[in-house]
Design a protein around this ligand. Sequence first.
Ligand code: UD1
Ligand code: MG
Length: 455
Amino acid sequence: MKPLSVVILAAGKGTRMKSALPKPLHKIGGQPMLSHVLSAARELNPAQLIVIYGHEGEKLKAAYKNEDDITWVEQKTFLGTGDAMKYAMPAILSDSNVLVLYADTPLIDAKTLQAMLEKVDEKNLCWLTVEADQPFGYGRIIRNDAGNMVAIVEEKDANVEQKAITEVNSGLFAISSHVLAATLPRISDDNQQKEFYLTDVVKLALEDGLSIQTAAGDFTLLRGVNDRVQLSELEAIYQNQQRRKLMLSGVTMIAPETVYIHGEVKLKGQDIVIEPNVTLAGVVSLGNNVHIGFGSYITDAKLCDDVVVHPYSMIESSLLHHNVAIGPYARLRTNSILKANSKVGNFVETKNITLGEGSKANHLTYLGDAEIGVGVNIGAGTITCNYDGANKHKTIIEDDVFIGSNSSLVAPVEVKKGATVGAGSTISSSISEGSLAITRATLRQIQNWKRPAKK
Ligand code: UD1
Ligand code: MG
């Protein structure tokens, strides 16, 4: 087998997107379109991965600065897909099979690409075509009487008869580097748009005595994204794919059409329930029997077995161990580590904390920069005062501590093992093991108090 060169066209202006963002960076499922194409390509282990960039290209390159398997080629003129390919030609391995992909066709899959490559050699190239219920805007596939593909005619160049053809060009094809090198320089811009059409490779290859093979793709997956309506249509298809995959792997979704996946869900178990209106973003890992309640938003988190997220909770970059329960209305911010059997209740915000095994913060609390031991009870309205206006400080609460309601813990501060803090206290120095700390003023009562009367 010859080495594989993948070339992704991503230099177009994307005029119809009406956006300052390069089209390949517009997202499907929380990932730029180009990233989806790159993932499919990488599954084939290509010897090279070339991306042709141009319009707002620096922004595009910057988004991929850590992906060093990409060879970037700049298209300096914007004269169409054929022009773009001419810039890539010098970078392409001289004796390879070339797979041409579009950054605006993000739902392509490796299996379809593999099928195309199997039909390519020095005498044959393979074009991916699709049967479209609405062919408007696409290049139409022209076949001769014997049924062989002989040309592609763009919408703007097509006559009435050709416009009626429903087999259209996906844009994707596989070709030998030698055939590409022989045909590219002969593409002309003699057409309605005065552009160099890469699709002209078809008729030029035929002139050279080659045959055009075709592979059939699924139109719903291979629609190009040219405007934001099409972007939303592909998003809907992508979301359905993700939901199906999860449901078929043991996840119950009560209203799947309202669940959004903006990243990668790693299933570490089954019998997971996702209630309506949930969004999972980034990398989210879910264990056995995890239950995610209505309206929750979870990003980059690991939820171990038996975790329950009650409705309307938010979790960001956090770790929830076995049998943790949070919410309703809990907000776990970055680096909240909740150990087994711990609980975080309604209107509790946490950030950068460890909550020990079996510990509870059930109501109306802020816990930030805190290390909380085993079996601790944090009363309603407790606040860790972690920020002095300039720096953050740490609160350490050891095992079996009881913090009474409406207490402020002014960090840096430690409450030692088994200590009790009386309700309504402001704790500004460390509390020793087993003691009771209370800063509440003594209660006074004035008998028969007369309230002021209106004059
Ligand atoms: C193209 C095809 C059309 C096909 C359709 C499928 C041509 C002439 N037409 O039309 O037959 O049905 O895709 O979606 O090829 N690009 C560059 N440099 C350029 C122009 C475009 O890199 O100068 C890139 C774009 O970034 C995009 C891809 O090429 O990723 C396709 O360009 P686009 O302008 O969207 O072509 P279509 O009009 O959709
Ligand atoms: Mg397009």
